[in-house]
Design a protein around this ligand. Structure first.
Ligand SMILES: [Zn+2]
Length: 125
């Protein structure tokens, strides 16, 4: 899949401050914006990568502005955790790490942030 990683992203940094989170990956179109986590660490976490790649696919499927709107509307209707775009991305992440060890599975969980944007944070384990 065609994507670009933006390290020390301004947007992800804002999200991180709002969320008071140690690390954030945020998808905007085909770009994965990172803050508090570097490219290597992020890419090593296959479950997290699969989760964010799913958001990139969602952007492509619905169109940039339309997806932001759909994501926001869905979040307002059912909350962030039950947002169907997050559910789908979580499934994609889990599917990807299903072959790995049980401990790694638990570490593969990504928490949707609660921001009205596809921003996700990863608890340090
Ligand atoms: Zn997500």
């Amino acid at each position: 899949m065609d994507f670009k990683i933006v390290e020390r992203s301004f947007f992800a940094r804002i999200a991180r401050m709002v969320l008071k989170s140690g690390n954030v990956a945020m998808v905007l179109g085909k770009q994965i914006h990172l803050s508090g986590v570097d490219r290597e660490t992020f890419l090593r976490d296959e479950g997290w990568v699969a989760h964010e790649l799913c958001h990139i696919r969602q952007f492509q499927e619905h169109g940039y502005v339309r997806f932001l709107w759909l994501y926001l509307r869905e979040s307002m209707r059912v909350g962030y955790y039950n947002n169907k775009y997050e559910v789908e991305a979580r499934e994609a992440g889990k599917k990807h790490v299903r072959h790995l060890a049980e401990a790694k599975k638990a570490a593969g969980s990504v928490n949707p942030s609660g921001l009205p944007l596809p921003a996700d944070s990863k608890k340090k384990v």
